[in-house]
Ligand binder design. Sequence first.
Ligand SMILES: [Zn+2]
Ligand SMILES: [Zn+2]
Length: 138
Amino acid sequence: MRSIRSDIIASFRERGVRCTSQRYAILEYLLRHPTHPTADEIYRAINRTDPRASLATVYKALHALAEAGLIREVRVGCGAVRFEANTARHHHFVCERCGRMEDLDWFDIPRLPEKAAAGRRKLLGYELILHGLCAHCA
Ligand SMILES: [Zn+2]
Ligand SMILES: [Zn+2]
């Protein structure tokens, strides 16, 4: 079985992105914490092990990782941008009480363009954000 470390190093190599210690730390953190943290939360977590990290360099590293397709940004409403290492297509569930964001396996919505009355618009993609109470809050 491959370790998470060799997986991370291999994915940097596959995408042709330089693996700096900070980029590595961020990707590892996101893989271990599928909680969709904000840049600020990631910064605080990374800083515990690497006190040299600044918020600006964390932002830069997040941008580079997203650009390379190793992580993706998730936006919900006007809240802070969140990040995740799950780059596969999926939907989200957001808890109205604690703000927790969970991944839901992908499922298609048949005939979505017709249902959405998209008309002559060209639909490039979609993903659902379900709102409610998580198992912990319900
Ligand atoms: Zn909750
Ligand atoms: Zn997600």
